[in-house]
Design a protein around this ligand. Structure first.
Ligand code: SAM
Ligand code: SF4
Ligand code: FES
Length: 349
């Protein structure tokens, strides 16, 4: 199969077979360059040169789950745990708005301390104080809770399915179920959230075939935003000796998904920037159009350790804001104005 033909088909039909996706994932040299250039062109045509910023507020490092790869897993008794007070979260959201963020992402471990009522109150208070879109990334809850959060003003939900290989999912997520994960993702669509999902690259045992299936699943779920990041081993987890995920495969996955869902929002993730000092720039040049700088206080940034070596951990939010803008401008792009709602979502509405 010729790369050129596959790319032409992807652009014309926004669809590819698993075998065609695998050929793209395995592309090297000029074939890989052509994939990246095509994705960059499609990104420009469909979502333009604006790069939208999302202010990430990691408000709790407690988690009831035990995902094998994550530093926040409940069995990690060396993890530093914190919970932010409601007023503190609202203050950070206000500061983010003043710095020019029009979306805040409220992220945490699965922490049931934040009950339905507490979460609704936080969402409402942020909305009363600042004109921002709110993305939730807080894990699995009941339909009723998700509905209440939406009614309270949450706009988007981000939850990766992590891997579409059910056997691997079971292995790395004790006590959790793949079916439940997918059910939640369908609920988000149903409830009118902008749906964000995606997967990890490089979990031990994951094959190219699995990655191609992950890409197909994102397409089938019809995601409005797509978060893909390389796995980074954390020393206090069962996967501490595993190899880190490939930057190259992450970039290729971003590029392929840009071709399959051309108007989606796709972040160049922090994990990508952690494994490669130019990772975020590379992501933005092969299909990505979003970055999610952390806007939290330094004392919390250090404690939310999903994986070691996370970038920006010692930089305060103002420094990151300036830094990220200069990165965007250096690529000939501009910081997006407004909330940066997914065009894919808008089109479907
Ligand atoms: N607890 C919520 C959940 O799991 O959806 C939200 C927070 S969780 C920390 C956010 C994402 O971090 C996960 O979806 C996972 O893909 C990513 N993550 C966790 N550990 C990681 C690691 N060691 N390397 C790279 N990404 C990791
Ligand atoms: Fe908890 Fe999310 Fe980490 Fe899993 S990935 S242990 S659910 S914070
Ligand atoms: Fe944080 Fe560059 S974005 S230091």
């Amino acid at each position: 199969m010729k790369i050129k033909n596959i790319l032409e088909k992807a652009c014309a039909k926004n669809n590819l077979t698993k075998d065609e996706i695998k050929v793209l994932l395995e592309a090297e040299d000029e074939d890989k360059d052509l994939l990246f250039k095509t994705a960059d062109r499609v990104r420009k045509e469909h979502v333009g040169d604006e790069v939208f910023l999302r202010g990430l507020i990691e408000f709790s490092s407690y988690c009831k789950n035990d995902c094998f790869y994550c530093g926040l897993r409940r069995s990690n008794n060396q993890a530093q745990r914190y919970r932010m007070q409601e007023d503190e979260i609202v203050e950070v959201a206000k500061r983010a708005y003043q710095m020019g963020y029009h979306t805040v992402v409220l992220q945490s471990g699965e922490d049931m301390f934040y009950t339905k009522d507490r979460m609704c109150s936080i969402i409402k208070k942020i909305k009363e104080n600042v004109d921002v879109a709110i993305t939730l990334s807080i894990g699995e809850r009941s339909y009723d809770e998700y509905k209440a959060f939406k009614d309270a003003g949450a706009d988007r939900f981000l939850m990766r399915f992590e891997t579409s290989n059910e056997k691997l999912y079971r292995q790395y997520h004790p006590g959790m179920s793949f079916e439940k994960r997918i059910e939640c993702l369908k609920w988000f669509k149903n409830l009118g959230y902008e749906l964000g999902t995606g997967f990890l690259i490089g979990l031990p045992g994951q094959t190219i075939d699995d990655l191609a299936q992950d890409i197909i699943l994102v397409k089938e779920l019809d995601a409005d935003m797509i978060g893909i990041g390389p796995f980074i081993p954390h020393p206090q987890t069962p996967l501490k000796d595993a190899k880190e995920g490939s930057v190259d495969l992450t970039l290729k996955s971003i590029a392929i998904l840009r071709l399959l869902i051309p108007d989606a929002n796709i972040p160049a993730t922090t994990a990508l920037g952690t494994l490669d000092p130019l990772g975020r720039q590379k992501g933005l040049m092969c299909g990505a159009n979003i970055v999610m700088p952390n806007v939290n206080n330094l004392k919390y940034k250090l404690k939310y350790e999903l994986y070691p070596g996370k970038i920006c951990i010692n930089e305060d939010a103002t420094k990151c804001r300036g830094c990220i803008e200069s990165i965007i401008v250096s690529l000939g792009r501009k910081v997006g104005q407004g909330k940066g709602q997914s065009r894919h979502y808008k089109r479907a509405a």
